[in-house]
Design a binder for this molecule. Structure first.
Ligand SMILES: *Cc1c(COP(=O)(O)O)cnc(C)c1O
Ligand SMILES: [Zn+2]
Length: 419
């Protein structure tokens, strides 16, 4: 299996637990042979998978005899928005609903491959440092595989994420400091405890990150291989945006599609190292100091795969944009109310970005734009509570009070139906 840099394409010969191109700082990949049996590969994508993401197995490097650790991840719907698109004046606004994955995020597409590889190698203990979602995905698949899993989350992590990790039986540790410190802890612990660091980066687990390419195959198939104009991804470490684009590039090389989408990288204004580097025309990101945002899943001061994500955005002819928390929360609530999909803030940022880029005249009203809703907001319901609203109370049998309660909502003019 040959490895190379995704950016400068030079062969990689460095260490096998921390992969970075020594020449350009790009991420390392193991390319798929698209030539030898291209008809078989085309068929896999055309037919889709009824077996999680494992119907696309030929696009990952997993030993042929490895039994997948799987829970039906992937195969998520691409939703054409009716009411949300109308709100923004966008006819071609789509949502790739990754909130439906087993642990609630697209990171399950990584975890299923990572845990399958780990089990095939005879590994019995894994560890991961994370803001919450990556750990939840790895803890879930570790539980399914019957492996010990050590979890390091910063004390500021959203409580619901911490509880979800505990529910899966992860051995929970508060890593004092930030996400980056937790990530380093899991990596440094490898030499001491012999566990496998399951960090969801190409830097640590380049082969498992290939699981994310399946998002592109599914989007293309859902759209009958009529490629969207824009694919909009949140950027934390910069992996999902890079791997989704790689999936589209593979399909183009296979002749399944005739053009490529423009990739839009979205960050929160309170922590936007990639957007800053993009705007300044730089090739690499710098650490963001003293950031803060409600979108904790993309609150990554260090963009681990910054060089690659910047290259992806530019290569695709796309762009990078940052949104303030208020716009992210507004988009999140609108999506829940109008499309009945509840994304978490990091994911809703893509919707806020689509709306903003349409207002700015970048995305046309008829352009097709896909927002990748990476994670579920069902664990963030407190962001939806309307504490300013006095909810009416009605005693049993008090029809007069019930009449007043109904009138209360009629007067607010929020019947929920379109005018
Ligand atoms: C991890 C995560 C992201 C960021 O993805 P990267 O691949 O690190 O750029 C976005 N949204 C959610 C919900 C996440 O959990
Ligand atoms: Zn390189």
């Amino acid at each position: 299996m040959s490895m190379r840099c995704t950016v400068c394409h030079r062969p990689y010969e460095g260490p096998h637990n921390h992969y970075v191109c020594p020449h350009c700082g790009g991420s390392i990949e193991s390319p798929v042979d698209l030539q030898s049996d291209s008809e078989r590969l085309r068929r896999a994508i055309r037919e889709g998978s009824s077996d999680g993401i494992w119907g696309y197995r030929d696009f990952f490097h997993v030993p042929a005899d490895a039994q997948p650790v799987t829970m039906g991840e992937g195969g998520t719907p691409l939703i054409h928005t009716d009411r949300l698109g109308r709100l923004y004046g966008m006819e071609g606004l789509y949502l790739k609903n990754e909130t439906l994955n087993p642990s609630g995020t697209y990171k399950d597409r990584f975890a299923t491959v990572a845990m399958t590889l780990a089990r095939a190698e005879g590994i019995r203990e894994v560890a991961i440092g994370s803001a919450g979602n990556a750990a939840a995905a790895v803890a879930a698949y570790a539980a399914k595989a019957g492996m010990e899993c050590y979890i390091m989350l910063p004390p500021g992590a959203v409580k619901e994420r911490a509880w979800q990790n505990m529910a899966y039986g992860g051995h929970f540790i508060y890593g004092m400091g930030g996400v980056n410190d937790c990530v380093a802890m899991a990596e440094d612990g490898e030499a001491i405890f012999g566990w496998k660091n399951m960090c969801t980066t190409m830097m640590n687990n380049p082969l498992a990150c290939d699981g994310y390419k399946t998002i592109a195959y599914e989007i293309a198939r859902s759209m009958h291989f009529d490629v969207p104009d824009y694919v909009i991804c949140p950027v934390g470490g910069g992996i999902i945006i890079s791997k989704v684009y790689k999936g589209f590039e593979e399909m183009k090389a296979l002749g399944l599609i005739d053009r490529l989408p423009k990739m839009v990288a979205v960050q929160a204004a309170g922590c936007a190292p990639l957007v800053k580097a993009y705007q300044e025309g730089k090739k690499a990101t710098e650490k963001w100091e003293n950031g803060s945002t409600i979108a904790f899943a993309i609150f990554d001061p260090v963009t681990f795969e910054g060089v690659t994500a910047l290259d992806t955005v530019r290569r695709s002819g796309g762009l990078a944009i940052a949104l303030p928390d208020e716009e992210i929360l507004e988009a999140m609530r609108a999506c829940a109310k109008l499309e009945a999909v509840i994304p978490e803030p990091a994911s809703a940022a893509t919707i806020a970005a689509a709306a903003k880029l349409h207002r700015d005249g970048v995305i046309g009203g008829k352009d097709k734009a896909v927002c990748v809703l990476t994670g579920s907001g069902l664990r963030d319901l407190k962001l939806f509570s309307q504490e300013d609203v006095q909810v009416p109370e009605v005693q049993p049998g008090d029809m007069e009070a019930l009449r007043r309660a109904v009138a209360f909502y009629q007067e607010r003019g929020e019947s929920g139906h379109d005018a």
